[in-house]
Design a protein around this ligand. Structure first.
Ligand code: AMP
Length: 142
């Protein structure tokens, strides 16, 4: 089945254009990372390429190779910042697979032994908490 074309009215495209705010932890010429507003665990961060693609299936090899380096960089910082036992990385393609925002992004979620994840797209986190968590990740990267 053919997927719909990229639609630049999605919420991450608006964040990339600076039309709506985010708690950003990293940005370079090709990629950006910011806090997920409905975290499945404290420190849940999203990494996305600036180049528009709906998901991984229509992304260019160049954009993928650039963004995966940032996924690794941010994952290490999140692991340090939240003293995590492990890091869960998730990426969904199309609604049947759980995708809700149609600009390619990778979820980086710290995991601690014995702690369950909260639901995907569950409860909105307080802005002050997100800002503090972003600060910890930025500090871990510096
Ligand atoms: P997915 O199902 O992989 O498309 O996940 C989209 C993610 O984006 C979910 O985890 C949401 O909590 C998150 N999200 C939705 N709106 C925003 C926003 N404005 N800023 C940051 N994260 C968001």
């Amino acid at each position: 089945m053919t997927s719909p074309a990229y639609d630049s009215s999605n919420i991450f495209a608006k964040i990339l254009r600076g039309e709506i705010p985010s708690h950003k932890v990293y940005e370079d010429d090709h990629s950006v990372a910011f806090m997920d507003v409905m975290p499945q665990a404290p420190g849940h961060t999203l990494v996305l390429p600036k180049h528009p693609s709906r998901n991984l299936l229509d992304a260019s090899p160049e954009a993928l190779s650039q963004v995966i380096r940032v996924v690794q960089k941010v994952a290490n910082a999140v692991k340090d910042a939240f003293d995590a036992d492990g890091i869960y990385i998730a990426q969904f393609n199309e609604p049947s697979a759980g995708q809700t925002v149609f600009h390619l992004h990778f979820h980086i979620i710290p995991r601690h032994e014995g702690t369950a994840l909260k639901p995907h797209s569950g409860k909105m986190e307080d802005g002050g908490v997100l800002a503090e968590n972003a600060r910890k990740i930025i500090e871990a990267m510096s």
